[in-house]
Structures are given as structure tokens and as C-alpha cells.
Design a protein around this ligand. Structure first.
Ligand code: NAD
Length: 463
């Protein structure tokens, strides 16, 4: 008899750090290897299950998620700090993603092509890859895993999913709901553990044919180093430093409201969060007043939750201190809302007098911090907004249609917004960035098919 000794991790509530909200058992490295092998063994049966039947399980899962919305939202909110309302919105989005991919089981997976020969039938057919690894962050503990898992499954792959350890309880709950929805054994496998340990085992496993990852640039790079030289397919969704431009002809109230929402929603912990804004000098003073007025409306602890962990808390406060020491002017917020023993709350923070060389203009903060810069005109704004290693999302606020189209053409990002905030991606629309924000095929919508399948070209000679 073998006795398996697993590490037990306790999860704490970032809104009340002394409150332990549950425990999770972490898998050992040998168990992780066994899970990957089991996913490989389950592949043949799942691949040969009709896509309509695969989709039906996703539909049942969508229903179950909605029926359990309160429990899932409460667990995730207590685990990573997003407000319950924000979390309810995310769970609803998760259900929409599942419904979209449930329908995908009934859609075409190839096309019939004309052949040069009358006697030949020529067509393409999408086929699954095998075992897909999904490695996900804590900031969208429901939506991001589902937008990877749902397409991977409906196209016939089996999945090894490693949720962030910070949101392990939410991950466990999602796994249990999939089981309840009728997912056959070993088709979706939840591996709980640290990225550097079990994550590494998953990346190195020969059975894993594709890796879809969302997280930091540092870990993304180490995934490329480990799995890049192998023949695995890799999709990385990484950081952002998303810019907004407010032009003199914009509706300033709308622009200010959406810029602050873009920056502060979910306590700024979104890869698509607005983190720098360029304002034309003609309306700079007025626009800044509107931005501050909008920031004042945020009620920390009610409409804005704490940041997710002590690590996040310290990193964000350090970024704020660095901005001050580099000479940026703090015009709103700028520190902890209360003592950290009462929750990892940070005030919404706005800096002005920011130059483009400062870290606050260039590095991802992943917290409720906005850098404001004055520009001479649109040309300077577009040049500076493109001057970034990242290229995830960007917004322009203007009523000038020529400038809006020019921005759509010249903005070096994957998601372009006109008179809307930098965040937001509907399940049917492709999602992803350029430059150091993304590597590999787009996620969501029909774009997901590209990553989670490969193509067969079939020729039938009827003679
Ligand atoms: P992270 O990179 O620390 O962790 C992400 C996941 O990778 C976790 O599950 C973690 O356990 C795992 N991991 C860590 N080390 C690993 C290793 N060596 N091998 C395999 N797996 C490993 O990121 P995070 O702190 O959870 O999330 C925040 C980051 O995610 C931010 O940089 C944010 O911009 C980014 N993000 C990007 C998007 C996007 O779509 N572009 C969306 C959300 C978050």
C-alpha cells in the first residue's frame, strides 16, 4: 500500500485576511503525471463522442453554473476579493461562454472545396489535438478557465486544467459542477498545485499536445523556454499597459466615466484595464476634473473590492511609491484605505505630470492606478500610446470619425475601442493582443477553433 502525503493549503479572504475560507489539497508531482496519462487514455473515447453530445454537456454545465451562481460568486469573491456583484457578472459571462460553445457542437467543422477533377470529392475536416493543458490566473477565476476549457472540450480534446493556486477553491467547485453535468471521467482534469511544481510537470509531459496559458509575462516566457523547443502548440495571453486617448471633441463626461471604469473596475486587476490616458491639452484641465469626480464616486469596500493577496498589495503600493519618487504628481488616492489587517484595500489612485520614461507609464501595475498625460494633439497621443512593449487593448474618445478610423488603423493592439473602455470581450468575439501581450492564435469565438484543432484535407476519388 502506498500512502500519498499531500500538501494542504489554506485559503484566506483578502477582504478579511485573518479569515480562513477553506483548505485545498495539492497534488504531488507523481499524481500530476498520472492525471496527464489518464487524460491521454480518455482522449480516444471523447474524440469519438459526437460533437453534439459533447456540446450538450456544456449546455448542462451552463445551467448548473447559473443554478449555483450565488455559491460560485461567493466562493470566488471571498477567495480573490472581487466584489460579489462583479463576480456574479463574471459567472454569467461564464455561462454565456458555455452556451456559445455548446452550440458549436452543431456547427460545421470543415468545408467542401471544388476539385479540378469531376470524379473527386475534396473537403476539409477539423480534428482535435489530444490532451490540452490550460493554465489560468486568479483574476478571472471562472471566465478565463471556461473560455479555454469549453472550446477545447467541444472540439474533442481532453483537458488538464491547472487553476491558479490563489483561486483553488473556485477551481475545485467548477470541476465538481462539470462532473455533475455529466463530463466523463478523466476528460476534464483539475490539477491543484503550484505553477513552478505541478505546472512544470504538465508543461513537460509528452502527452500534452497544446498549452493555453493566461498570466504574467515572466511565466509566459518560461513556458516558451520549456515547451517552445518541443512540438507543442502554444497560446499565451499575457500582460497589458492599455492606453486611452481623450480628444478635445470627445464627450468628456462619457470619456471620464469609461476611463475610470476601465482603470478601476475589479480593482484594476484586469489585463485589459486602462492604465494610462493621454488628454489633448485644450481640454486637459476640464477632463482631469471629470476623471477625479468619477474616481470620487468609487466606494472602496462596497463598489471596489480589495486586491487579491498580500503580494499584489505590496507590489501595487511599491509601484505607487516608485511613481512618486520618479516625480509624478499624486492627485487622487495613493495608498492603503485602511490597515492591511482589515483587508488589502487600496484607494483608487491617479497620477499626473507623468513622463513616458517613468515606470508608471510603461510597466503593468495590475491595480487601481491611472497615469494621466497631457498631449499637444492627436498625433502625439497615437505616437505615445503605441510606444509600449504591450499591445492588448486601446481606446479613443472622440466625435471625429476620421480620427476614429485613423486610430483603428494605426493603433498597435489586438482590441480597439472607440468611445468605449479598454476592457470587455464578448464570448463570440476573438480576444487577444499583439507585441508582448500575446503569442499564438486568438481566443474565444470562432477564432478558438484555430488553436484547439488541426485540419485534415480529404480527397475521395469516386472512380
Ligand atoms: P502568473 O503568471 O503568476 O500565474 C498564472 C498561472 O501560471 C497560475 O496558474 C500559476 O500557478 C501558473 N504558473 C506559475 N509558474 C508556472 C510555471 N513555471 N509553469 C507553469 N505554470 C506556472 O499570473 P497571475 O498573477 O495569476 O495573473 C496576473 C497576470 O495575468 C497579469 O500579468 C495579467 O496581465 C495577466 N493576464 C492576462 C490576460 C490576457 O488575456 N492577456 C488576462 C488575465 C490576466
Amino acid at each position: 500500500m502506498t500512502t500519498i502525503i499531500r500538501e494542504i493549503r489554506e485559503q484566506f479572504n483578502p477582504a478579511k485576511p485573518s479569515e480562513c475560507i477553506g483548505q485545498v489539497e495539492l497534488l504531488t508531482l507523481d499524481e500530476t503525471k498520472a492525471v496527464v496519462s489518464a487524460a491521454q487514455a480518455a482522449f480516444e473515447g471523447w474524440k469519438n463522442t459526437s460533437s453534439v453530445a459533447r456540446g450538450e454537456i456544456l449546455r448542462v454545465m451552463a445551467d448548473l453554473l447559473e443554478q449555483n451562481i450565488d455559491k460560485v460568486a461567493e466562493t470566488a469573491s471571498r477567495e480573490m476579493g472581487k466584489t460579489k456583484n462583479e463576480m456574479i457578472g463574471e459567472v454569467k459571462r461564464g455561462a454565456s461562454i458555455l452556451r456559445y460553445y455548446a452550440q458549436e457542437g452543431m456547427r460545421a467543422t470543415g468545408e467542401v472545396l471544388p476539385s479540378a477533377s469531376e470524379a473527386k470529392v475534396l473537403y476539409t475536416k477539423r480534428v482535435p489535438l489530444g490532451v490540452v493543458a490550460a493554465i489560468t490566473p486568479w483574476n478571472f477565476p471562472v471566465a478565463i478557465p471556461l473560455w479555454k476549457i469549453a472550446p477545447a472540450l467541444v472540439y474533442g480534446n481532453t483537458v488538464v486544467w491547472k487553476p491558479s493556486i490563489e483561486t483553488a477553491l473556485t477551481g475545485k467547485l467548477i470541476g465538481e459542477l462539470f462532473e455533475q453535468a455529466g463530463m466523463p471521467i478523466n476528460v476534464l482534469n483539475v490539477v491543484q498545485g503550484r505553477g513552478s511544481k505541478v505546472g512544470q510537470v504538465i508543461l513537460e509531459a509528452p502527452e500534452v499536445k497544446a498549452i493555453t496559458f493566461t498570466g504574467s509575462n515572466g511565466v509566459g516566457q518560461s513556458i516558451l523556454n520549456t515547451a517552445g523547443p518541443t512540438n507543442k502548440k502554444i497560446q499565451l495571453e499575457l500582460g497589458g499597459k492599455n492606453a486611452a486617448i481623450i480628444l478635445a471633441d470627445a464627450n468628456l463626461k462619457l470619456a471620464a466615466r469609461l476611463t475610470i471604469e476601465g482603470a478601476m473596475k475589479q480593482t484594476g486587476q484586469r489585463c485589459t484595464a486602462t492604465s494610462r490616458v493621454y488628454i489633448e491639452e485644450a481640454i486637459y484641465k476640464e477632463a482631469l476634473e471629470h476623471l477625479i469626480a468619477e474616481a470620487k464616486k468609487i466606494e472602496v469596500g462596497i463598489t471596489m473590492g480589495p486586491v487579491s493577496s498580500i503580494g499584489q498589495y505590496e507590489d501595487i503600493l511599491a509601484a505607487i511609491e516608485k511613481a512618486k519618487s520618479e516625480g509624478a504628481d499624486l492627485v487622487f488616492g495613493g495608498g492603503p484605505t485602511k490597515d492591511k489587517s482589515e483587508g488589502y484595500y487600496i484607494d483608487p489612485t491617479i497620477f499626473t505630470n507623468v513622463t513616458h520614461e517613468m515606470a508608471i507609464a510603461r510597466e503593468e501595475v495590475f491595480g487601481p492606478v491611472l497615469a494621466v498625460m497631457k498631449v499637444k494633439d492627436y498625433e502625439e497621443a497615437i505616437r505615445l500610446s503605441n510606444d509600449s512593449e504591450f499591445g492588448l487593448s486601446a481606446s479613443i474618445y472622440t466625435s471625429n470619425i476620421q480620427k476614429a478610423f485613423d486610430f483603428i488603423n494605426r493603433s498597435e493592439v489586438g482590441l480597439v475601442q472607440v468611445n468605449d473602455e479598454t476592457g470587455g470581450a464578448e464570448p463570440q468575439a476573438p480576444f487577444g493582443g499583439v507585441k508582448n501581450s500575446s503569442t499564438g492564435a486568438r481566443e474565444q469565438g470562432q477564432a478558438a477553433k484555430e488553436f484547439f484543432t488541426t485540419m485534415k484535407t480529404v480527397t475521395i476519388n469516386t472512380i
